[in-house]
Design a protein around this ligand. Structure first.
Ligand SMILES: C[S@@+](CC[C@H](N)C(=O)[O-])C[C@H]1O[C@@H](n2cnc3c(N)ncnc32)[C@H](O)[C@@H]1O
Ligand code: SF4
Ligand code: SF4
Length: 377
């Protein structure tokens, strides 16, 4: 990518997300503070997951540190505080050191969201370069490997977690589990597996089968959706599993080992019930487009995982994109509670300045629980 120079100058920020204007739901249209950035740093990956088509991509693209240099001042002006490196598979990136060093120099925390297949091989880099690691864990060993299409994948995660821990004993490593047909009865087993391999917590999210995200520009036909979503009898099984998880893991929910509250765990069942038409789909409480952005490996910038791009880092700074006309009019017209995409959303984000309420169902509540969001420097 070839990005132009960021505009210079610095703004003192006093209010989360606010500079001017009022958007849908009485929120400001121009972003002054954008604490969270998700960067899909590599377009390809090393699994064959049943619920995701990213592995089918044949184009190999990377976000490079040199490209981001143009956006350094944008990131400072927008007070970016947390970057999540995802993809594709971020550990396939050819120069993670430069990327992470770039963010470290800006005092931005860096989280790695990974398949974990390369954790062991890259343990030294991961231990040194990242503040936090999230591994995608889709069940106990055999279920995980089946969903991910990689024999021995679970064992590689286990080895990798051990290797990183030996080098960085204090590093937080948690699991993210995408709930779907194949693991609907395995949530408690997933928590047990996560504990056994020494993970610090688990976050559960429903699988999305209806959006264009996860490399599905054509959307999935219903037969393909049915491979991942649940049928009525399976929905009852999931409901039972979630209720057992809630009643049998009160302590884990209380301590945050399981990131979601009972209410949020029950939203997973609700999501699949809505897919079957049994209940109305319901938007989560979310302000992702006002506090975050998602940058794809080709430089396009989205307001969240599911809404269309609002611009590109080719030719504009990050700040110009997130406060450009397309972005502002998108935010002005977005009413999360009514928007059809939002009503099907599985990955919301809610950041606020109240106490420690920095919640995210993208990576689990825990990611933000210790975040003191100082938006004035
Ligand atoms: C797209 S992957 C990219 C990072 C890395 N390749 C990995 O698998 O962790 C990011 C997360 O999206 C999740 N995911 C994949 N397909 C999904 C779907 N259809 N609905 C919801 N989440 C999904 C994965 O399980 C993973 O935790
Ligand atoms: S979930 Fe991650 S590893 Fe699996 S296909 Fe998608 S990008 Fe690849
Ligand atoms: S609810 Fe989901 S789709 Fe809607 S803005 Fe939030 S993250 Fe995006």
């Amino acid at each position: 990518m070839n990005f132009p120079s960021a505009e210079s100058g610095y703004v003192m920020l006093t209010q989360l997300g606010s500079r001017a204007g009022t958007g849908g739901g009485n929120r400001p249209s121009e972003i002054a503070v954008m604490p969270v950035l998700v960067l899909n740093v590599h377009s390809r990956c090393n699994c064959r997951c049943v619920m995701c088509d990213i592995w089918k991509r044949d184009v190999s693209l990377e976000v490079r540190a040199a490209d981001l240099a143009w956006h350094r001042e944008s990131m400072q002006r927008l007070s970016v505080r947390w970057v999540v490196l995802s993809g594709g598979e971020p550990l396939l990136h050819s120069d993670l050191r430069s990327l992470c060093t770039f963010f470290r120099e800006l005092q931005i925390k860096v989280t790695l969201l990974t398949t974990g297949l390369l954790l062991s091989k890259r343990a030294a880099d991961v231990a040194e370069l990242f503040d936090e690691v999230i591994v995608s864990l889709d069940g106990p060993s055999s279920v995980h490997d089946l969903i991910r299409g990689v024999a021995g994948g679970f064992d590689l995660i286990e080895r990798g977690v051990g290797a990183v821990r030996r080098l960085a004993p204090g590093i937080r490593i948690t699991a993210r589990t995408t709930v779907q047909k194949a693991n609907r009865c395995q949530l408690r087993a997933t928590v047990a597996a996560a504990k056994r391999i020494g993970l610090d917590g688990v976050s559960f999210l429903a699988a999305d089968v209806t959006s264009e995200a996860f490399n599905r520009p054509q959307l999935w036909p219903s037969e393909r959706q049915d491979q991942i979503a649940l049928k009525a009898p399976e929905l009852s099984e999931l409901n039972e599993e979630i209720e057992e998880l809630i009643s049998g893991h009160e302590g884990d929910i209380r301590t945050g080992y399981i990131a979601e509250s009972p209410e949020k765990l029950r939203r997973i069942t609700h999501h699949f019930a809505a897919h079957l038409g049994f209940v109305e789909p319901e938007s989560p409480d979310c302000n992702a487009p006002w506090v975050s952005a998602v940058v794809e490996a080709d430089g396009s910038v989205r307001p969240c995982f599911f809404h269309p791009a609002i611009g590109s880092l080719h030719g504009s700074t990050l700040e110009e994109v997130v406060n450009g006309e397309t972005a502002r009019s998108f935010r002005n017209s977005l009413i999360v509670a009514q928007d059809p995409t939002c009503r099907r959303c599985v990955c919301s984000l809610k950041l606020s300045r109240e106490g420690t309420s920095h919640r995210s169902s993208i990576w689990g509540d825990e990611l933000f629980s210790n975040m003191s969001l100082e938006v004035s420097r």
